[in-house]
Design a protein around this ligand. Structure first.
Ligand code: PMP
Length: 432
């Protein structure tokens, strides 16, 4: 009997080792990591340069409490992160994961409003569907009922607007009018709530696990920025999954050249080597909060030297190996191969995403776009069938927030053409 528990009784093979895009279980069976875990192992497993950097840091010190010591590793990673961030976003606050990054952001935004004398601003508008984390604060802005419903009476009821699902609404994603149509729902919501009460809007520039890699229509992101500015609402980009290069740009929002006020990053930032995340904020926001007596927030492991040394080595490897360009090229290749599967299998309803943040969903048929029957359990069965064929993919029993099944196909950013062939072969056989 195992003494360990997670969210369900799911039994999985025991992991032995991992290298590059592959993982091996203790029976010796090899798997292609087609989802980088949970879109985490962006640079692949067992990268020698990262392991060496971690070893070197461990020889020096593994932990230095941030209120007792500054460390070279945390200063260097903060400097590098700021350098990669949009102009003006130059202040970096470290955390150990995505939920912590989102929590930190909400609290910083709130303290900034207080510093400006706007104590009535506390509402953080988000989207349905969305996923921003499992902690109670992050869950309050998460638009994914299966995860929030049991805790609903304990959550702040934060307002939500629909995320743009243009493909289901029969709208053209490349038409700027489509983007404006959905973005204007934010303006309406701000007005309905009372603009003086709205603190921030949080959005995943390219959607993640709950939306199945939803890409915003043309014109959406820039219109959102304009609306936030018009009402003095802070714009928060949750790039926990989309940040770090996976979409073919370092930040997902770079595809639309939109600059937020605060960004969250995690997952690929630590690359699966260490639990690591960050909040990157506009300098004047941070200065205003510090001037008012300090940011009332922090986590024990924040900015520890081992995590920061690993994070810095991950960023160096992304750069040295040109992984962002590879994510762009291999992402295009993988997406067109997934689209070819869609021609072969009429029950694939949609293929979407950017770079190597890709997803597809299953439907009964493309005319009705109705979900597959629930008792088919497609989200679990397809993952199991792929497992049997040595391929790991990531699924959710949802279809962009609706009833149904979607799957993320997000291999490490080092994947090559052979890896793409192998993914499509395994997936095709599983779908068959
Ligand atoms: N935000 C986004 C966009 C995410 O994808 C996730 C994790 N799936 C989180 C926040 C929460 O991150 P974590 O699980 O590391 O707390």
């Amino acid at each position: 009997m195992s003494h360990l528990f997670y969210q369900s009784r799911l039994a999985r093979p025991e992991l032995d080792r991992a290298e590059g895009i592959y993982m091996w279980d203790t029976s010796g069976k090899r798997y292609l990591d087609g989802s980088s875990g949970a879109m985490v192992s962006n640079i692949g497993h067992s990268n020698p340069a990262v392991l060496a950097a971690m070893r070197a840091q461990m020889e020096k010190s593994t932990f230095g409490y941030r209120l007792h010591f500054q460390t070279e590793a945390s200063e260097a990673l903060a400097a590098k992160t700021a350098e990669l961030s949009p102009p003006g976003l130059s202040k970096v606050f470290f955390v150990s994961g995505g939920s912590e990054a989102v929590e930190s952001t909400i609290k910083l935004a709130r303290q900034y409003a207080l510093a400006k004398g706007e104590a009535q601003r506390f509402k953080v508008i988000s989207r349905m569907p969305s996923y921003h984390g499992a902690t109670l604060g992050a869950l309050a802005v998460t638009g994914y009922a299966p995860m929030s419903a049991p805790f609903d009476p304990m959550l702040m009821r934060m307002p939500k607007i629909p995320a743009p699902r243009a493909y289901l609404d029969g709208l053209d994603i490349d038409d700027v009018a489509t983007g404006h149509h959905y973005a204007d729902m934010l303006e309406q919501k701000i007005r309905d709530e009372g603009p003086e009460t709205v603190l921030a809007f949080i959005v995943e520039p390219v959607g993640g696990a709950s939306t199945g890699a939803l890409v915003p229509p043309a014109g959406y992101m820039s219109r959102i920025r304009e609306i936030c500015d018009r009402y003095g609402v802070l714009l928060i980009h949750d790039e926990v999954m989309s940040g770090g290069g996976r979409t073919g740009k370092f930040w997902g929002a770079e595809h639309w050249q939109v600059v937020p006020d605060i960004i969250c990053i995690s997952k690929g930032f630590g690359g699966g080597y260490v639990p690591l995340g960050a909040m990157i904020a506009r300098e004047d926001i941070v200065e205003a909060v510090l001037d008012m007596g300090g940011f009332v927030h922090g986590h024990t492991y924040a900015g520890n030297p081992l995590a920061c040394a690993a994070g810095l080595a991950v960023l160096d490897e992304v750069e040295r190996q040109g992984m962002i360009g590879n994510a762009d090229r291999m992402g295009a290749r993988l997406k067109s191969r997934l689209e070819a599967l869609m021609q072969r299998f009429p029950f694939i309803g949609d293929v979407r995403g950017k770079g190597l943040l890709l997803a597809f969903e299953l439907v009964s048929d493309r005319d009705s776009m109705a979900p597959l029957p629930k008792d088919l359990n497609a989200h679990a069965r397809l993952v199991d069938l792929a497992y049997d064929r040595g391929l790991i993919i990531y699924s959710r029993r949802t279809r962009g927030g609706l009833e149904g099944d979607h799957f993320l196909v997000c291999p490490p950013m080092i994947v090559g053409e052979d890896g793409i062939d192998e993914i499509i072969e395994g997936l095709g056989a599983a779908l068959e």
